[in-house]
Design a protein around this ligand. Sequence first.
Ligand SMILES: NC(=O)c1ccc[n+]([C@@H]2O[C@H](COP(=O)([O-])OP(=O)(O)OC[C@H]3O[C@@H](n4cnc5c(N)ncnc54)[C@H](O)[C@@H]3O)[C@@H](O)[C@H]2O)c1
Length: 286
Amino acid sequence: MANTNMQGKVCLVTGANGGIGKVSALELAKLGATVIMVCRNRSKGEEAQAEIKRISGNQNVDLLTADMSSIASVRQLAQEVTAKYPQLHVLLNNAGRMNNKREVSVDGIESTLASNYIGPFLLTNLLLDLLKASAPARIINVSSTAHKMGKINFDDLQAEKNYRGFPVYGNSKLALTLFTYELARRLEGTGVTVNNLHPGVIASGFFGTGLLGRLGRLVMLTPEQGAQTSIYLATAPEVTTVNGKYFEKSKQSTSSKISNDEQLGKRLWQVTEELIAQKSSQTVNA
Ligand SMILES: NC(=O)c1ccc[n+]([C@@H]2O[C@H](COP(=O)([O-])OP(=O)(O)OC[C@H]3O[C@@H](n4cnc5c(N)ncnc54)[C@H](O)[C@@H]3O)[C@@H](O)[C@H]2O)c1
């Protein structure tokens, strides 16, 4: 990969204290970018921030805290970013999780969907004006090949009737991929692009510290390898105008047929806006 100079570019990375996100933040810092790390936990974030500053030698590494599954927290984050930064060139929606048992966010939304899709949907929309004013700018959504197993069931969007961790994770990534393509259609001609990717099967915090996590380390790719496609999409000159595509191993690839269903993408967008509006009206401070 060419070492594109990112000096003067402002890049925001969610889930930047570990795994693929931390490597992405570090590599962007090494390339000279101003990096905004978004982490849920302040002390873990501060540790990663200090390490990234030390290794990269770049002091322009900021830390903001947010829980991507909380509507109020995402709104607060967007406000902080817009108040502090006159420009934003790269939004890397990296944070994501899988839950083996059903949990709900502070807004009462199933937490995989809330973290992996609703939060990035809201953050991206709240930062769109800033991104447009900074064009050319790029939005990158870290999806997963698991989207291929996903379904969008409008009657049970939050898996209240039937919950199994991996399928629900797949559904949330399908939602993120559908969002990517609907947003791409809306962004045509603005100078802001949005693409999504599968990072590979990576031995990160994602698989935890149990047997799967420990065994995984023997066969899975490293977070350094997992971050390559995100960094490529954030920096490579040849993808400046590429919009609405799916990438694997830094190459364009094909996402599932259902993820390309335009009507489904439009309906999901509308349902998501309604869900956020409904939850926002229930939340003080939102
Ligand atoms: N590891 C894999 O094999 C794999 C495969 C496909 C896709 N992915 C995706 O790659 C992305 C990065 O995952 P990773 O493998 O580095 O895992 P990881 O668990 O090491 O890192 C995920 C990061 O997201 C953060 N995060 C999760 N929920 C959050 C929330 N609600 N608010 C704020 N931060 C939150 C975590 O704190 C952590 O920093 C995720 O979106 C994941 O779904 C990973």
